[in-house]
Write a protein that binds this ligand. Sequence first.
Ligand code: MG
Ligand code: ZN
Length: 495
Amino acid sequence: MEFLVKSTRPETLKTATLVVAIGEGRKLGDAAKAVDQASNGALTAVLKRGDIAGKPGQTLLLHSLPGLKAERVLLVGCGKGDLSDRQLRKLVASVHGVLKGLGGSDALLALGELKVKGRDTYSKTRLIVETLADGSYLFEQFKSQKADPRALKKITLVVDKAELAAAERGVQHGRAIASGVAFTKDLGNLPPNLCHPSYLAEEAKTLGKAYKNLKVEILDEKKLKELGAGAFLAVAQGSEQPPRMIVMHYQGGKKDEKPFALVGKGITFDTGGISIKPAAGMDEMKYDMCGAASVFGTLKAVLELQLPINLVCLLACAENMPSGRATRPGDIVTTMSGQTVEILNTDAEGRLVLCDTLTYAERFKPQAVIDIATLTGACIVALGSNVSGLMGNNDTLIKQILKAGESADDRAWQLPLYDEYQEQLDSPFADIANIGGPKAGTITAGCFLSRFAKNFHWAHLDIAGTAWISGGKDKGGTGRPVPMLTQYLLDRAKV
Ligand code: MG
Ligand code: ZN
């Protein structure tokens, strides 16, 4: 989908569909007033008949109004007062739903008078663009019947001249985030027979070739062995697919500037290993690489915006399978950090690939490290699918991430990593156990990771509930938390 911004009188523009707002109590917005005048009171007449009350998200489609260059006019209710983010998203989605069913390939949105709580023109525009892009996402490469190619292709946002620069910036950022979100969804939705660690490594190389300031390094089994990544390798040893640690260096800042680091869990399929999962819904374990996919997506947005920061992306990619070579419950492995781990449950594999990857991140002397992982089912129990779980060892970093989540409408909620929880990981045989019992599973997973993150400012995002929509016909990747992470980096880059 193409997005443009214009500051012209909407009633004078040629378009398949012009969308204007109606306030609650059948009040005409500014654009609607202009359309009404140009069409000799056509809107006033319609409203008099009582067809649309102006409640948020209500729509009414009008054809062939006199005096306009638009083929259709779509009225959308915008309520009264400021909308919440959620109301805005629903309103935009309902407009989009109508537009998708029409014949035209373009639309003009004149919704400047729409007010959203706590949002200026820039961030409102961005949210509109992200919502529209999200709604037009298709994953049909494995379908023999593709969608109608005539469908909606171009959306122009009409704004006041004074708002033009802010709206343009909103579109530019929204476009980049949407492209990162779509990339993340694509990678997540790919079937696990195609999307394995080596596939992700190829994706990284492709990205590295496309951008001059992105360098890609792939660490294979041999290299991981040399590095002593015993926990990482233990996860992969039951699979025919070799593991890969993917390292991508983006240089947008000065050469000597310390980088930010994003670490993504990339389990391309998680059977649970010998601690095998139940069969129901196991197909969704292809989404166990969504942490890595969200790092790819965030990097894509950063590349498109060429943010003036340095960024290292580390993806811990492996497949967790049961086999004669697979890790057993009770096995003890030595991590890259030298700490030993007793693997009590082979389904708690994410933390095993991540711990070595966090240790590896130390060498880049990062300003801050954020790891992103579909780590625990317990996180879905605690927080559902609306917010991601957040933990870490630095208050400033935690606050920055929480704030980024609010601004991007892709939120997280902090859970505590108190010392008391650490004791749940005590093992009689090794330095740490890889699970901490049934209580507070999300927190003890965070505690496990914290043992490998002592040498930098670190935060951990558990996206088990937010990364994909589970079950049914709406099943699919969400692209989260790309908006939050991109916002965090936009804030650091001060743009
Ligand atoms: Mg698992
Ligand atoms: Zn997993």
